[in-house]
Structure formats: structure tokens, C-alpha cells
Design a protein around this ligand. Structure first.
Ligand code: NDP
Length: 286
């Protein structure tokens, strides 16, 4: 039997409808609308395309979008000053700084400059710390949060299940591990030094790929019936493919996210949801 397709595009469309309705209620209640600011240093074409998509999503949802572009040669202090001014700007509820930054700018310095209350992609160490502790009110990174939303909305059981995550980056693999752990999965994190990766992966009821290697996870890595979440975005012969060999995997998995149309469309939606939440929290403080 073929796997159920975990249709992130459809889930994102449903969530967008929910957000549009919530933004309308917010506007009615407070007389202003939530907004995000994106800081882009340099003009990387892939980054520019992504930023354009964020802008479109926010504007379609009735929220404001502000793009701050800085020249590639801009110094770190100037980027810090810009982020500080956005922290202080009451019209801005969410702040994203496009990564990677040019080499002369420290990602750590910029991440810790973003106010935790506006850090809608969860990169400030304060948010990362709360996520690790599973305590307090925090923003988790948008991409793994989107993966969790797919699992929730598709009825995939998490508590008590074995979850294996391939990839340990701070923006996808590690936060995904924390989110699954907080929902009582038994979690294993794998990486490039993991021995016999296929055998470890085959233990998973929930297998997560966050590697950046096209179609690396083949059918023999998958336990029959497992739910497979593929975060990979790789371009092969002009086509976007995941880290999972979708065609082979769908014959073994119980459920699987396609690429494109799986985890990808969820990231923007989570950014919108987080910005709306940040705006609600700011409005309550005013
Ligand atoms: P990173 O390059 O930061 O991390 C990749 C991870 O994969 C590392 O932990 C690395 O291990 C591990 N890895 C690499 N090769 C192997 C291997 N042969 N066997 C086992 N593990 C391996 O990537 P990101 O986490 O930033 O991104 C992962 C994927 O997700 C990419 O395809 C990226 O494009 C995509 N992505 C998708 C987003 C979305 O919106 N859906 C958003 C962000 C990213 P080690 O630590 O040992 O080097």
C-alpha cells in the first residue's frame, strides 16, 4: 500500500485562512495590524526570492511587511543598530534577519540582538534556551514548528513513539528534536558521524530528514508504516527534490511529506502565526 501524502500545501492553505480571520479580529479589536520586518544584507537571488514570498504571504493575510535591504559591505555595527531600531519600533512585531550573513558579520551577535519578543523564527539564544528547557513562553524556529504542525494536523501520534532525526542544525534538526521530545517521543539525533545510519533510521516511527543531500534517505532507511517528514530542499537538474527518495520511500512509509508541497509551504505560515502572536502579546502590554 502506498503512503498517505502529508499535504503541507493544503495544511498551509487552511492555516492561512485561520490567520486571515484572526488578523481581521485583531484589527477590529486594536485598530492596527501586525507586521514583520525582514533585514537582508546583500542580494543573494535565492534569498531575495524567499523574502519576496514572505512579503506576499504577509500582505495577503492583511499584515504589514517591511523589507530593509543593506549592501553586502555593510558593517556589523550598522546591522546591529538597524535591528535595535526595529526592536524599538511599535509597528514591527516580528523581525527576521536573512541568513547566512556575509562573513564579516557574526550570526551570533545579530541573533542575540533581535528582541526575544519579536524573534519569530526563534534564533535568539533566549528563545533557544526556553525551547531546550520546554519552559516559559518562547518562539521555536519556524521550519521545525511547521513540521510539527503537519504531524498534528495529520493525526500522527507522537507520544511514546520512536523519532529519529537526521541532521543536527540549530534551525532544523535540534529544535525538531526538542519539539518532539516535549511531546513525549523517544528521540534520537543522527548526523554525519552516525554509524550505520540506515539501521538507526529504521527504528523510527517518525523519521525526520534535515540533511541537505538530495534523495539520501532511501526506502531501506524506513520502517514499514513510519511517518516521514522531509525538510530537504535540493535542486537537481533544475528540479526541487527532498532529502528523501520520495518515489522509493512512498512504497514503504505509512505517511510522507512530498517535496515540494510538504514542509516548505509551512515555514511562512508559522512566521505569520508567530508574528500575530507577538502582536497580541505586545497589544496586551500597551
Ligand atoms: P545544515 O547543513 O546546517 O545541517 C545538515 C545536517 O545534516 C548536519 O547536522 C550534518 O551533520 C547532517 N548530515 C550531512 N550529511 C550527512 C550524512 N551523509 N549522513 C548523516 N547526516 C548528515 O542544514 P540545515 O539544517 O540548515 O538544512 C537541512 C535541509 O533543510 C536543507 O536541505 C535545507 O535546504 C532545508 N531547509 C528547509 C527549510 C524549509 O523551509 N523547509 C528551511 C531551512 C532549511 P554534521 O552536523 O555532522 O555535519
Amino acid at each position: 500500500m502506498e503512503a498517505d501524502i502529508l499535504d503541507g500545501k493544503a495544511i498551509a492553505a487552511t492555516m492561512k485562512g485561520e490567520i486571515v480571520a484572526e488578523v481581521a479580529v485583531f484589527k477590529e479589536k486594536f485598530g492596527w495590524v501586525p507586521g514583520i520586518a525582514v533585514v537582508q544584507v546583500g542580494a543573494d537571488p535565492a534569498s531575495s526570492r524567499y523574502v519576496k514570498q514572505i512579503g506576499k504571504s504577509f500582505e495577503e493575510a492583511g499584515m504589514t511587511f517591511r523589507l530593509e535591504t543593506l549592501d553586502e559591505s555593510t558593517g556589523q555595527d550598522e546591522v546591529v543598530r538597524l535591528v535595535q531600531s526595529l526592536n524599538a519600533d511599535r509597528a514591527v512585531n516580528g523581525i527576521i534577519v536573512q541568513m547566512p550573513l556575509p562573513k564579516h558579520i557574526s550570526q551570533d551577535v545579530i541573533a542575540s540582538t533581535i528582541s526575544p519578543a519579536k524573534d519569530v523564527d526563534g534564533i535568539n539564544p533566549v528563545n533557544a534556551g526556553y525551547l531546550l528547557a520546554g519552559a516559559g513562553s518562547y518562539f521555536a524556529p519556524a521550519t521545525p514548528s511547521g513540521g510539527m504542525e503537519i504531524l498534528h494536523r495529520s493525526g500522527v501520534e507522537i507520544a511514546g513513539k520512536r523519532a529519529v532525526i537526521v541532521g543536527r542544525s540549530n534551525i532544523v534538526g535540534k529544535p525538531m528534536a526538542c519539539l518532539l521530545l516535549h511531546e513525549h517521543a523517544t528521540v534520537t539525533i543522527c548526523h554525519s558521524r552516525t554509524k550505520d545510519l540506515a539501521a538507526v533510521a529504521r527504528e523510527a516511527d517518525i523519521l525526520v530528514a534535515a540533511i541537505g543531500k538530495a534523495r539520501m534517505i532511501t526506502a531501506d532507511f524506513i520502517k514499514p508504516g513510519a511517518a516521514v517528514i522531509d525538510f530537504g530542499i535540493n535542486v537537481v537538474d533544475g528540479k526541487v527534490v527532498g532529502d528523501v527518495d520520495f518515489e522509493g520511500a512512498k512504497g514503504v512509509a505509512g505517511a510522507i511529506t512530498p517535496v515540494p508541497g510538504g514542509t516548505g509551504p509551512m515555514t511562512n505560515i508559522v512566521l505569520m502565526r508567530n508574528t500575530l502572536r507577538a502582536a497580541n502579546e505586545a497589544a496586551e502590554l500597551k
